[in-house]
Design a protein. Structure first.
Lengths: 289, 289
């Protein structure tokens, strides 16, 4: 099984069997907001060829930053403007002729991995969530990975939160991603006079404005989780991503904010993701069956 | 098929075949916030007996205001405090011994009906939404009615909206129900100095403060729909309920507010529900198969 994971800063591919990445196949290239469509295509081509080597595969799973159009196999990753409605599935088809190829958002891939092998095992209603450069996610509901009309189910970062109205790259205001992602938390801390410039510095800082930015992020994430659970009645939210580890009590702060509503919403368990940085590739392989 | 629909102001039952209520079987009793558990039980007993008459049924579908616990068959309707974790399914089982009984939130019932017979026909990703005394809903995603961990999927009224922080009966602030329901819109208009007291008066009023309350409601509903569509990628939102008809352009105002985000969110079609006040009973019958 060939797994491909395309994100805002890098694209990776590997051969995957179950929850195991085959030694020596994992291949990575940078992506990023300044790359042209041709450069992004070249990066994908290189990682697919690097992962395949001389192997032959009949199935390929692609997880990509969204939005997507899974009906037509297109990707428009928010943080790589070089690709808009880009025929990602067809590109991979030219590299792996004859294979069955499934494309989905990366958040769904991660959630399938956590559901099968990680923090969501044993539950039928799981939100996998990544709090990092952006805020993404995916849904398993009633035991099944959820796609929605165009494959975009899981964009939890674009749920609004009450009490915030930060402008969001999606065009709205008050989305949890606009409020709570790493870079947006840094921006907010800077607006309060803090002088650092990265999420890592924010996490390490003893400045109360840095702490306030982390608390603000965690609160917004908790409020968004409560809205998501009101809408789809979640058992488990598995949170990963670097910024979710920006303070030892980050998840406690998230839980406090999520616990203000109905008993069924408060019953949602908020836990750390279990699989780490292999989850996107392991999950991409699950997409393909 | 016996269908039961329990809400904050009334409980109804009827015999239903497909999308047709059998003549003469529809029976109604009042419920309400002041009734005791025994009074609510009596109302249910009367409508079930009235609808059944001398008929025998093997399947019963119950739609109820939520929250619910469908694993245990319990209902805790927000607006009838007489019932908390009340064994609604078991109550009906004593009235219809031996029948297969399915209990779910009323919003899911309505959505199944709109999906099968109404405004959601032909789509696999539908949010049914009622804007009335409260704001409720249900979800069909990837062609299936969605339950979630405890049967509470569809509580769209308890998604937060940015820019509002009205206190909500669920315990949170800024939920769309707290901002945009009929009674809460009336309350907001009154806080601005408007002197009427019902949603009907608000709809009929030429006072600009009444119009502002309706615009505020529609905007909050649109923002909540956009968050819901970000999370589950909806094709169609079918909106019913009296307050959604409080102005001829209410749905246009909803659409304007919903159309600020991603293209896939803007692609969500917002339409009037098609089935009217029979939808809860027709949908309750669909719950039972």
């Amino acid at each position: 099984m060939l797994a491909v994971d395309f994100g805002g800063t890098k694209v990776e591919a590997a051969l995957v069997v179950g929850d195991r990445i085959i030694d020596g196949t994992r291949t990575r290239r940078p992506t990023g907001p300044d790359r042209s469509a041709a450069e992004l295509d070249a990066a994908v081509t290189e990682v697919v060829r690097g992962a395949l080597g001389t192997a032959t595969v009949t199935r390929v799973g692609i997880g990509t930053a969204g939005p997507v159009d899974t009906v037509r196999g297109l990707a428009s990753p928010l943080n790589t403007p070089g690709w808009r409605d880009h025929p990602f599935r067809d590109l991979v088809a030219t590299l792996v002729p004859g294979a069955d190829i499934v494309l989905a958002i990366d958040g769904l891939a991660i959630t399938l991995a956590e559901h099968r092998y990680g923090a969501g095992r044993g539950s039928d209603n799981v939100l996998g969530m990544v709090v990092s450069t952006g805020i993404g996610g995916g849904l398993v509901i009633d035991g099944r990975g959820i796609s929605g009309a165009n494959g975009n189910a899981g964009h939890v970062g674009h749920i609004q939160v009450s009490g915030y109205d930060d402008p969001c790259a999606c065009g709205r205001r008050g989305c949890v991603e606009a409020t709570a992602s790493g870079p947006n938390s840094v921006r907010w801390a800077q607006s309060q006079g803090w002088e650092g410039s990265t999420g890592e510095e924010l996490a390490a800082s003893s400045d109360p404005r840095a702490r306030a930015a982390i608390e603000r992020s965690a609160r917004a994430v908790g409020l968004a989780i409560a809205s998501a659970s009101a809408l789809v009645d979640l058992d488990i939210v598995a949170i990963g991503g670097g910024f979710s580890r920006s303070a030892p009590d980050y998840l406690d702060l998230v839980r406090t904010a999520a616990d203000e509503g109905f008993p069924f919403v408060r019953a949602t368990h908020i836990v750390p993701a279990a699989l780490g940085d292999e989850a996107p590739l392991i999950g991409a392989a699950l997409l393909a069956g």
